[in-house]
Design a protein around this ligand. Structure first.
Ligand code: KG4
Ligand code: ZN
Length: 350
């Protein structure tokens, strides 16, 4: 099998249409993302029907553009990789159906990629030589998960959120403060101009598990805002953002620290949209320094949804096992909107 195979990657699991061309396992030749933020902003969150329609309209021109930017044609492509889940089922189906017909029409193998594994792959695109085993913290709008990763593709789930995801907490917190959608970037900006002076509790801080909870933080912000409105008349939004962000980051740092102490990884990976947050990045680098573990956090363009991570994940899965018949047997492959990768902690060895 050609190690320098060209993979066309497609990602449509939520509100970004993304297409990328990757050479071999990690070399990104082109990666383009069309964000639907402007379409959903006025609704304060993603509207699935609008997301699907936009993916449908955008995907074909984006494939042409990604090929042109990489300086290749469809004839050069050797593999198609596409997100099969988790995500909004209708949105995933747009990309999956497109990828299946493209692969079938051109007699190419196809890999259905788990979106969360894709996020983890972004750390390998950034640093192909990263040392494993790793503890991977995945923090996005839909997920907050801690994994143990022996090597790429071999995950055990150590814990995760019991309610809201970290990104969802940022988005809901921002909505309560009237800051618009998505909440993460604006809260980060305002927090950097505020003083952390409010006592917003850290979810599940005293629990011995590696699980998270962010619904209490949301409720605490709600009461804080209501009380401040009554007593002060106006809300010191920057200070509320600073305290809110500190609470979310402290929870992520505490549980990642517990996972390091329990399992002794060679590296920590932090991935997903929330990993764009510079205060979180700093706190994770400090944690790695204290624990003497390498910390790998991809640059922001690879943290948010993109198709380079999907193409690279698909290429690695394929190249590790190129003769597997499943790569050619994909016509009945369905979207899996709640696909959690890896095995649970207590599951027996396969
Ligand atoms: O990974 P992603 O692009 O999409 C999902 O798979 O969910 O993550 C989007 C999430 C949103 O909730 C957004 O508010 C959050 O990432 N986010 C941030 C920052 N930038 C994006 N959260 C905190 N700080 C940021 N700078
Ligand atoms: Zn994502």
């Amino acid at each position: 099998m050609r190690e320098n195979i060209l993979t066309l990657g497609i990602e449509t699991s939520c509100d970004e249409t993304a297409v990328a061309i990757v050479e071999g396992r990690h070399t990104v030749l082109s990666s383009i993302v069309s964000s639907q933020t402007a379409i959903h902003a006025k609704y304060g969150g993603v509207v699935p029907e609008l997301a699907c329609r936009s993916h449908l309209e955008t995907i074909q021109p984006m494939v042409s553009e990604a090929l042109a930017k990489a300086g290749v044609t469809l004839d050069d492509i050797g593999l198609v990789a596409v997100t099969r889940g988790p995500g909004l089922v209708g949105a995933v189906l747009v990309g999956l159906s497109y990828a299946k017909s493209l692969a079938w029409g051109r007699d190419l193998p196809l890999v259905g990629v788990n979106h969360l594994e894709g996020h983890i792959m972004s750390a390998f695109i950034h640093n192909p030589g990263l040392a494993t085993p790793s503890v991977a913290l995945l923090v996005s709008g839909g997920h907050t998960e801690l994994f143990w990763m022996e090597r790429f593709g071999e995950l055990t789930r150590l814990g995760g959120t019991r309610d809201d995801a970290a990104g969802e907490a940022f988005d809901k917190g921002a909505k309560m403060l009237g800051l618009g959608y998505p909440g993460g970037p604006v809260i980060e900006k305002l927090a950097s101009e505020g003083i952390d002076k409010f006592d917003i509790p850290v979810g599940m801080a005293r629990s011995n598990t590696l699980d998270f909870s962010f619904s209490g933080v949301k409720t605490a912000v709600k009461y804080l805002v209501n009380n401040l409105r009554k007593s002060e008349g106006e809300i010191p939004v920057n200070d509320v953002c600073a305290s809110f962000q500190r609470s979310v980051i402290k929870a992520l740092e505490t549980k990642t620290g517990m996972a390091i102490e329990r399992y002794g990884p060679a590296s920590i990976i932090v991935a997903g949209g929330v990993a764009c947050n510079s205060a979180l990045r700093k706190s994770m680098h400090n944690l790695g320094e204290r624990e003497r573990v390498d910390v790998v956090i991809p640059p922001p363009r690879l943290c948010t949804d993109n198709a380079a991570m999907i193409a690279a994940a698909g290429a690695n899965l394929y190249l590790n096992n190129p003769k597997d018949k499943k790569w050619a047997d994909y016509l009945s492959m369905d979207a899996d909107p709640s696909w959690m990768p890896g095995r649970p902690l207590d599951a027996p060895e396969p």
